[in-house]
Design a protein around this ligand. Structure first.
Ligand code: HEM
Length: 148
């Protein structure tokens, strides 16, 4: 087993935590919060998941960029959309920025005054981040066949 494979295992573990955590939030906690009109159900989950979730995202970024470099997709070629592999990496990076954008919106504009009336806004963010995560996972799974 080479170093790339060890890095890949960490990437997959982190992906399982990141996507799994958001699926749990979307499928179990969010519907309960919407039904009871209780934003605390979401806030309590976020508080518990924050450290593990953010660490897994950091691991995804470091291991992802590491593996991209292994495949010769270096900083200079990002966003040139020149080949199947490079295309997937660039789309993954764009989706990563979209995830950051969602996180900033949530942390600074929605969570500070979350209540029964704007709970739908945080629902939209949670579902978006979950959908983006699943898309990143599907995109990742195409890389072993050369990308899209
Ligand atoms: C939410 C974030 C992410 C998720 C859920 C995710 C998920 C995945 C999954 C499921 C694979 C499939 C591995 C396989 O087929 O065995 C993969 C592969 C890969 N990902 Fe990610 N990924 C994420 C972020 C990133 C980022 C930010 C980058 C780099 C910019 C990246 C680069 C790669 C590379 C290069 C591979 C190919 C590894 C290989 O087949 O050797 N990923 N990813």
């Amino acid at each position: 087993m080479g170093l790339h494979h060890v890095i890949l295992i960490f990437h997959l573990l982190a992906a399982a935590i990141w996507v799994g955590g958001h699926l749990l939030l979307s499928v179990c906690y969010l519907p309960a919060a919407l039904k009871k009109k209780d934003p605390h159900i979401i806030l309590d989950f976020e508080k518990k998941f924050e450290t593990l979730g953010m660490s897994s995202l950091v691991v995804l970024i470091i291991t992802g960029i590491w593996m991209a470099y292994d495949f010769g997709v270096t900083f200079e070629t990002w966003f040139s959309f020149s080949g199947g592999f490079e295309k997937v990496i660039s789309i993954k990076l764009i989706l990563l920025f979209l995830t950051f954008f969602c996180a900033v919106c949530a942390q600074f504009y929605i969570i500070p005054n979350l209540n029964e009336t704007n709970i739908k806004k945080i629902a939209a963010i949670i579902l978006s981040v979950t959908a983006i995560g699943i898309t990143m996972l599907i995109l990742g799974s195409t890389l072993r066949y050369g990308g899209i």
